[in-house]
Write a protein that binds this ligand. Structure first.
Ligand code: NAG
Ligand code: NAG
Ligand code: NAG
Ligand code: NAG
Ligand code: NAG
Ligand code: NAG
Ligand code: NAG
Ligand code: NAG
Ligand code: NAG
Length: 471
């Protein structure tokens, strides 16, 4: 988001594994107690919902029955300083997920910070308890107060319940409601996301050490193996050019070659930890652009907005991303975002938006080129059909929703082309955001105190009909 401004089994598995793991080494699959890999027979993933593991075939995500699966859902923010999904001090996990389910959503993109895993390694395998996490983020007074409120609303927890135990609970309750949980790395250092100067922008930016990122992804991939409804996870949210105002030329190689090199290595890391998972790949410039990968362009020379040129790129051997050549060829799903604050894309007309989305990566779903391609003159075909989803977009949740151009265009686009999506966002209010505590969000579905919707009419007359038309 870019804006100015069987629970017990899994828990034991995680901490047993973590206690053994050396802080210096990535865990290998063989080091993980088999407990973590034993799926509960009662919820045998391949013979009951969600019929996982999932794989891709052309533009479709398929379950083990060979059925195409569509996601329609929400982002649930959890990457703020407290590193616990927002809202739990206002409502129980059950109540929040009932709200989610009442709209018909089947998908939650659960955002997190790699710092959460870094802290586990710093503590030699121990995750951080709820109260310590809240005090670190909110200070002693509000930290202890919010901890009490979370426990009051969620009596299964106590002040020592860890962040990943809270995730276990969320995933288990979501499973009971046939809702997928998709963990999404929003940031390295826990904080509000995203801007070019926040240190989380690009590989090896000051809050984005690549080794920690891959270690964090592997930890979450292991965690996912205890939860049948975690069928996918993301690599990284909204990559963007890192801007260091005191050293404006230090841009860390912001280009396609760096992107594909790091994504390939990270997908290898996830796949070795948990080969069942789908892995979503997001694009350049706040996840607006995947064109070079999808069109099979030479990554040394393919254009992209504000990228660092590889000046001798024409003389280098071409580098082309070939998904089919990787062991995870049928596990990658592309994800794109579009907001009205886009720096470079026109979000003012549906025909243009459709043509832009096509060029950015939706050509990979095999849709016909939209009519406005005769204006944009940039609608190449894809090298290969692959699933593409819209994992973030959003706008104010008030009467303006009904007449918001971009929102209506995206609705039309997903319905006409059967494209999965997740709106930004469920919260509500944030414990802490950009330094302020108790921050409400007019773009959220939920109201400040998570007792209902910000704009109930929008949920009834806009979101619900859209969701039900997707299935
Ligand atoms: C980006 O983050 C910096 C702090 O890292 C902040 O000072 C600045 O205002 C932010 N810019 C925007 C546009 O939000
Ligand atoms: C799970 O279901 C699959 C497909 O029905 C079956 O092959 C497998 O043996 C089952 N596993 C367990 C542990 O029940
Ligand atoms: C969209 O996908 C669903 C499967 O999730 C399928 O049932 C439906 O027929 C598809 N609709 C179109 C228009 O392709
Ligand atoms: C910006 O670049 C300067 C000069 O290389 C460096 O000393 C400083 O640490 C950088 N700042 C950040 C926040 O990365
Ligand atoms: C990942 O990104 C960093 C920072 O730009 C770069 O130095 C490194 O070469 C990249 N890794 C790969 C495998 O491409
Ligand atoms: C583009 O095609 C549309 C019909 O699909 C047509 O109405 C329009 O005039 C064309 N525009 C240009 C610039 O050719
Ligand atoms: C705003 O949206 C509503 C509901 O879709 C529609 O009836 C109305 O005509 C729209 N108003 C304008 C000014 O476009
Ligand atoms: C405690 O949280 C409230 C919002 O719930 C906020 O208004 C207040 O400033 C916070 N106190 C401190 C010391 O940050
Ligand atoms: C929750 O917020 C709504 C408005 O968003 C307000 O009407 C209601 O009184 C609040 N409830 C509580 C318990 O604070």
């Amino acid at each position: 988001m870019f804006l100015c401004t069987n629970l017990l089994t899994a828990a034991i598995g995680i901490s047993a594994f973590a206690a053994e793991a050396s802080a210096a080494l990535l865990p290998e699959k063989d080091d993980i107690p088999s407990l973590l890999y034993t799926r509960n027979e009662a919820s045998n993933s391949s013979s009951s919902w969600p019929y996982g593991p999932f794989s891709t075939s052309g533009r479709d995500i398929l379950n083990t029955k060979g059925e195409a699966v569509t996601f329609a859902g929400v982002n649930w923010p959890g990457s703020g300083e407290s590193m616990v999904p927002e809202g739990l001090e206002w409502a129980s996990i059950e109540d929040i997920l009932n709200q989610v389910q009442s709209v018909g959503f089947n998908f939650i993109r659960l955002t997190y910070a790699i710092e959460m895993v870094d802290q586990i390694y710093e503590r030699h395998g121990e995750d951080v308890g709820l109260e310590i996490s809240m005090i670190n983020a909110l200070g002693y007074e509000n930290g202890t107060k919010v901890t009490k409120e979370i426990i009051a609303k969620n009596p299964a927890f106590n002040k020592d319940t860890t962040r990943f135990e809270i995730w276990d609970h969320i995933a288990s309750v979501a499973l009971s409601k046939n809702i997928y949980i998709h963990p999404d790395v929003h940031v390295g250092k826990a904080q509000w996301c995203c801007n070019n100067t926040d240190g989380n922008a690009w590989f090896d930016d000051y809050n984005f050490p690549v080794a920690n990122w891959k270690r964090g992804l592997q930890y979450v991939a292991h965690w996912a193996s205890a939860h049948n409804n975690v069928v996918s996870m993301s690599l990284r949210n909204e990559l963007r050019r890192a801007i260091n105002e005191t050293a404006p030329t230090e841009t860390l190689g912001y280009n396609w070659v760096t992107l594909v090199g790091n994504y390939t290595a990270a997908t290898d890391a996830i796949h070795s930890a948990n080969p069942d998972l789908l892995v979503t790949w997001s694009g350049m410039q706040y996840d607006q652009d995947l064109s070079a990968l999808i069109q099979g362009k030479n990554l040394n020379t393919a254009p992209c907005y504000k990228c660092d040129a590889i000046r001798d790129g024409l003389r280098r051997d071409p580098i082309v991303f070939d998904l089919a050549s990787h062991p995870w060829a049928n596990k990658v799903v592309y994800e794109l975002h579009l907001y009205s604050m886009s720096e470079n894309l026109d979000t003012g007309s549906c025909p243009i938006i459709f043509a832009e989305l096509y060029a950015a990566g939706f050509n990979a779903i095999g849709m016909p080129p939209p009519p406005a391609c005769n204006i944009t003159k940039d609608c190449p075909t894809a090298a290969r059909n692959t699933p593409v989803i819209i994992s973030e977009f959003g706008a104010a949740q008030d009467v303006s929703l009904f007449n918001d151009t971009l929102m209506n265009c995206l609705q039309d686009f997903t319905l006409q082309n059967n494209v999965s999506w997740a709106m930004w966002s469920l919260a509500g209010s944030y414990r802490i955001r950009s330094g302020a505590q108790g921050v409400g969000d007019t773009w959220a579905l939920g109201n400040y105190n998570w007792t209902g919707w910000n704009y109930p009419e929008g949920v009834e007359k806009w979101w619900k009909p859209w969701v039900s038309s997707m299935f």
